[in-house]
Design a protein around this ligand. Structure first.
Ligand SMILES: [Fe+2]
Ligand SMILES: [Fe+2]
Length: 145
């Protein structure tokens, strides 16, 4: 069993690596779909299951994090739209990476350690809920493909 924060941190690592790979990928379309899926699923998991617990601790932070998700979402749309334009794509990728990494760092530095201290054993339960919801969302993506 894994803690919620550990699972989310694994997602962060995956997203960082995918964006790095996207920079040099020849077939961008396929990888981009993977990036989109990972970013969207991760945001849904956090917003549905993790942030409600964080809200009890720091509501203002959650509001700013939701803004950050919104912004990442818009940059992701821009990136998808720019897939045919090499220069534009690189520029959008830089922007997305910058915003996503800043948000991820913010979570890992400011929020995860605090939640690990406060929630302790509840984090395992939350982790299994996250795992369950991830399977459901992945199933939806498979059906939509
Ligand atoms: Fe987030
Ligand atoms: Fe996150």
């Amino acid at each position: 069993m894994m803690k919620a924060t550990e699972l989310l941190q694994e997602d962060h690592e995956k997203m960082r690596n995918l964006l790095e790979r996207l920079r040099s990928a020849r077939d961008k379309e396929e990888l981009l779909l993977k990036v989109e899926k990972e970013i969207r699923i991760h945001a849904q998991l956090e917003e549905a299951l993790f942030y409600p617990a964080v809200r009890d601790v720091d509501g203002a932070w959650v509001d700013s994090a939701l803004d950050a998700h919104q912004q990442v979402d818009e940059l992701l749309e821009d990136l998808i739209d720019a897939v045919e334009e090499e220069e534009e794509f690189e520029q959008k990728l830089n922007e997305l990476e910058e915003h996503l990494n800043a948000h991820i760092d913010d979570e890992e530095v400011r929020i995860f350690p605090q939640m690990e201290e406060r929630l302790e054993e509840q984090l395992n339960e939350l982790g299994s809920q996250i795992g369950q919801m991830r399977s459901d969302l992945e199933e939806e993506w498979r059906e939509a493909a």
